[in-house]
Design a protein around this ligand. Structure first.
Ligand SMILES: NC(=O)c1ccc[n+]([C@@H]2O[C@H](COP(=O)([O-])OP(=O)(O)OC[C@H]3O[C@@H](n4cnc5c(N)ncnc54)[C@H](O)[C@@H]3O)[C@@H](O)[C@H]2O)c1
Length: 423
């Protein structure tokens, strides 16, 4: 098939590159010229394991442009993959989705033949049918379900292993407005061996939010158990193994630590909370999950202050800045509240991350960035391990106070004092 992708961030670029790998011709559209230039040179603008190789291997089937007209005229299916960030009050900001829908609609006005528009961005229930579809109709002057199709196909990939997740998903969800759209998406995904769930547009939208909310709830739940366990000397990981073997519960997402961050869980849970309020409902469990997660990273500082009560002028090393290992993405990373609190306490912060330092510098330009993890340790009285990069396991922590947020147990062997956040 000929596919256009609107928005070439983590989801759009991975989707485009993977569809190209599966033999489709792909045109990526973005408003960011630098990203377009890089993709056309075969260089991914984001770091994702394996992405560059797939991009280079399929270069003849993928191109990037700013030109919506060119993309819509030369493809049959368009995926909207633009960002859906939070407004200041936590509600979803649909600005990019609306802009994309308007542009696509305008181009559909001058296109002969049927075209399918698929929303892949995470949007609240009702958005595809009540916001995107009317905009497409208004700007194209055409009728959804007749002149063009509409579908909603949420994405579940995880950053860091996005290519693998896209190519080997647990399930594919196809929310469809009209039968022809469902048929086209069935065909597009026909080479995938996982189950395909076919739903209404808004059920597909809700599946994405409910999945993220449930996973975040599991993490906040085990952190609540972990905080209490730590207090009386229980290793929460033993508890997690014990409960995780129950098939009704499962072991995944029971790794206690300093909480969840990233580009999705925080904004999606906030959007869900705000949306519930808008429809006159309370969603108590989500409020608690968010509150537990707000406090969790700061437990590292509490543990540190047990050993160094006054951090004023003390040098503290921070290892790992991205929201998870093997990515350069720092959006809502737990490192942000930790570094902020260290600076409030007037500590001197030295930091290192193998991939994410350039992004972190935009938020904290004035802390010291080190060229290696070893350099962070030099002169630091204490070290906080925020992310589990492999190289942090091999460091010699002799003489240091180590506060471990991610269970790098090797650090315990050499550290002068070792504190696991929930173990
Ligand atoms: N990042 C993830 O792990 C992940 C996983 C599943 C779902 N999602 C969802 O997918 C969506 C995209 O997320 P992301 O992380 O890829 O976002 P991103 O911010 O990395 O990328 C969005 C891209 O859209 C481009 N863009 C914005 N407006 C545009 C327009 N009008 N026309 C063309 N391009 C435009 C931006 O320049 C940017 O390159 C979000 O709704 C997110 O919640 C993300």
């Amino acid at each position: 098939m000929n596919i256009s992708i609107i928005g070439t961030g983590y989801v759009g670029l991975v989707t485009g590159v993977c569809f190209a790998k599966l033999g489709n011709k792909v045109i990526c559209v973005d408003i960011n010229e630098k990203k377009i230039e890089m993709i056309n040179k075969g260089v991914p603008p984001i770091y994702e394991e394996g992405l560059e190789q797939v991009l280079v291997e399929n270069k003849n089937r993928i191109e990037a442009t700013r030109d919506y007209r060119y993309a819509i005229q030369n493809t049959d299916v368009t995926f909207i993959c633009v960002g859906t960030p939070s407004e200041d009050d936590g509600s979803i900001d649909l600005k990019f989705v609306k802009e994309a829908a308007e542009e696509i609609g305008e181009q559909l006005r001058n296109k002969d033949g049927w075209h399918l528009v698929v929303v892949k961005s995470t949007v609240l229930p009702g958005t595809t049918g009540e916001v995107v579809l009317p905009l497409l109709e208004r700007y194209s002057g055409k009728k959804a379900g007749v002149d063009f199709g509409v579908a909603m196909n949420p994405e579940f990939l995880r950053e860091g292993i996005a290519v693998r997740d896209f190519l080997e998903p647990d399930r594919i969800v196809i929310g469809y407005y009209d039968d022809k759209s469902r048929e086209v998406l069935r065909k597009l995904y026909s080479s995938f061996s996982c189950p395909i769930v076919e739903t209404s547009l808004s059920a597909a939208e809700m599946i994405k939010y409910a999945s993220n909310a449930f996973l975040a709830t599991k993490i906040s739940f085990i952190n609540e158990i972990g905080n209490r366990s730590k207090k009386i000397g229980i290793d929460t990981y033993e508890v997690a193994s014990g409960i995780g073997m129950d098939k009704r519960i499962g072991r995944a997402f029971l790794g206690s630590g300093i909480g969840w961050g990233g580009s999705c869980f925080p904004k999606d849970l906030n959007a869900l909370r705000y949306w519930a309020k808008e429809i006159g409902e309370k969603i108590d469990i989500i409020n608690s999950v968010i509150e537990v997660n707000r406090k969790q990273p700061l437990r590292m500082i509490d543990l540190l202050k047990k050993h160094i009560p006054n951090l004023n002028g003390k040098t503290v090393g921070v290892l790992g800045l991205a929201f998870k290992p093997y990515t350069d993405d720092i959006r809502e990373s737990r490192s942000i509240p930790v570094v902020r609190r260290l600076l409030e306490e007037k500590a001197i912060v030295k930091a290192y991350d193998p991939k994410a330092m350039d992004n972190f510098k935009k938020v904290f330009p004035h802390i010291t960035y080190c060229s290696s993890a070893v350099t962070v340790l030099e002169g630091s009285e204490a070290v906080l391990i925020i992310k589990k990069w492999d190289e942090f396991r091999r460091l010699d922590y002799s003489g240091k106070i180590v506060i471990d947020g991610r269970r790098v147990l090797e650090a315990k062997k050499t550290a002068r004092i070792y504190e696991g956040v929930c173990w």
